[in-house]
Design a protein. Sequence first.
Lengths: 191, 191
Amino acid sequence: MINIEDFGIREGISEVIFTTLSPDGIPNAAPIGLHRKGNRLFARIYNSKTLDNIISKPMAAANIVYDPVLFVKSALSDIEAERFEFVDVFPVLKDAPGWILFNCKYKKGKNVSVVELKPINGKIAIRKLQPVNRGFNAVIEASIHATRYVVFRQQKYLERIEYYNSIVKKCGGAREKETMRLLFELIGIMK
Amino acid sequence: MINIEDFGIREGISEVIFTTLSPDGIPNAAPIGLHRKGNRLFARIYNSKTLDNIISKPMAAANIVYDPVLFVKSALSDIEAERFEFVDVFPVLKDAPGWILFNCKYKKGKNVSVVELKPINGKIAIRKLQPVNRGFNAVIEASIHATRYVVFRQQKYLERIEYYNSIVKKCGGAREKETMRLLFELIGIMK
């Protein structure tokens, strides 16, 4: 029996990385907002590899991750095969401090589908204090605007990314700064 | 011997709540950025009750806190006396998942003073997974702009606060939404 409280999943939206499996057995990772309403869990998933995978095999793992590189890489490109490990033939992220495996029930929409998530397994590998780091948080925000920028190529998204980059420069550590360089590279902006 | 890694204090700036003690023995709490450069820790502290207290008694505790209400209340007003507890006659926050107690060495500046912090004690009460919550993170950002707004009363800060409030509305839980109502009340904005 999985108690989602133990995984820190609170009311509102938790930003996690979903791992899913393609019909060909290829693992995929993508950042997804995990919505909690009371004790029910949902995700709103746009047409994507993640959605295709869930339709073909209705399972997903929510990986709770603190590495900014993983958020940016999985948002804007693919993460390396060696970052995954398989638990009962399903992929999770090897270095995730925790993950929850779900059975999925989806309601297909035109652009976005609602997926209800029922926890069936989970693991907590590392419990640690995590003081607020505005630099890390700014990377998450920047990565969200970056996913919009690569689709719409609008200046307003780039301005948001630059704004968050200024917070990263001020408050982030080396890992966050390195992640922003990667982000700009992945969206094709020379810095 | 305190290992700051155990407290999740990474390179860059961690946002924590400093507790200090006044000459009259009154505890104070204020949000402060804890800078880590290599293995040295600093805080840049504006002229404030926190700085006065450190000058009178050169100690401070960095409380690692996840409750958005504590950030907003300590940023914009005073937190209740019953929120503190005393450890060897020095105040810390009772419900903090962790705290580090420091000896302080300050270099007084005109507006801002640099305080070097040497850990002398610490406690970890709760280790938990903390998935990213954009709503919680947005409250932290809003509280920073709110402290500027109450000083300068400029529209641009209010616009930032409104922007972050839109993220809280979308991604936050009940606690974050309640905290934003409190924030607007404390800065004198009717919603």
